[in-house]
Design a protein around this ligand. Structure first.
Ligand SMILES: Cc1cc2nc3c(=O)[nH]c(=O)nc-3n(C[C@H](O)[C@H](O)[C@H](O)COP(=O)(O)OP(=O)(O)OC[C@H]3O[C@@H](n4cnc5c(N)ncnc54)[C@H](O)[C@@H]3O)c2cc1C
Length: 259
């Protein structure tokens, strides 16, 4: 249970506090996960990110930069958002939740049902940390560390990209979320959540440059979902293949429109 709520006024102060309290302390963003059961934290010290001025969306030429404390609703309301990211933000079904949750919190929370991480992976998002270091989102997810995320960078936001969430109803449990993108060199990105312990890219399948039924089969064989209340292993494999093949066809069409 949180007993001390600290409100540093700068990133340096926040990092100093984390250095002082180490594992007893947690970064506190929107608090939607930290305050909710069963995600409620066991940590005793909360280091609030509220006063760090990390709530902004900026453009650096064509590169999109998003402060980690930007709420999902503010992001969705911002101008020139890549269409697939806009759509994925709408997958978070409740406006109240979008008003509370931040993009940094969504990434760091490592939720099993993250509907935003696949599209961020397909767009090759890069994280910036409090000490100024950067890391690709994909490698952060593979080895998460308790580092302060300050910024999310998307260098090529307008590549052809499509995303879809599969669930029984808008507010129901998410079976899986998939995103596919094709960059200007025609390289494919395929990202999924809900078919493994964490969101992931299917790099082996990407390299094979398949489409249609062959792509469906390759995706179905490359994922290792669990049998649970959301669906059987066979169903999740099947639907992952169908959705990815569909999104790929969608991206090819978008790519032709962009050219
Ligand atoms: C009713 C309800 C429904 C939900 N549904 C979903 C859902 O469908 N899909 C989904 O993915 N999530 C869902 N969540 C979980 C939650 O909303 C998300 O994980 C949320 O995006 C967390 O954002 P936050 O800003 O509120 O983070 P917080 O709750 O403040 O923090 C979450 C975690 O991230 C860490 N953190 C936060 N910001 C940073 C940062 N900048 N740098 C490093 N670490 C940081 C915190 O230390 C903490 O461990 C739901 C929550 C609720 C209450």
């Amino acid at each position: 249970m949180i007993e001390h709520f600290l409100t540093p006024g700068s990133i340096e102060q926040a990092l100093e506090l984390k250095q002082r309290y180490l594992d007893d302390a947690t970064w506190f963003a929107g608090g939607s996960k930290l305050n909710s059961a069963p995600g409620r934290t066991e940590k005793t010290v909360a280091i609030s990110l509220q006063r760090l001025s990390l709530d902004w969306v900026d453009w650096d030429n064509d590169c999109m930069r998003i402060g980690a404390m930007t709420t999902l609703q503010t992001l969705r309301d911002s101008h020139h958002l890549p269409p697939a990211l806009y759509e994925a933000l709408g997958f978070v079904y409740s406006r109240h939740l979008r008003n509370q949750s931040t993009l940094g919190g969504e990434i760091a929370a490592m939720e099993q049902e993250s509907v935003l991480v696949p599209v961020l992976l397909a767009l090759d998002a890069v994280l910036v940390f409090g000490d100024g270091e950067t890391e690709a989102l994909e490698s952060y997810l593979a080895q998460p560390a308790d580092r302060l995320i300050t910024e999310i960078i998307i260098k090529d936001p307008y590549r052809a990209c499509s995303t879809r969430k599969i669930s029984r109803s808008q507010a129901g449990l998410t079976v899986l979320t998939a995103a596919v993108a094709i960059d200007e060199d025609q390289r494919v990105r395929i990202a999924l959540d809900g078919v493994a312990d964490r969101p992931l890219r299917l790099r082996d399948v990407e390299a094979q440059r398949l489409d249609g039924e062959q792509l469906e089969a390759a995706v179905a064989a490359a994922v290792f979902p669990r049998d649970d209340v959301r669906g059987s292993v066979a169903y999740k494999r099947y639907i992952a293949g169908v959705v990815v093949a569909d999104l790929y066809a969608d991206c090819q069409q978008k790519g032709e429109e962009i050219q």
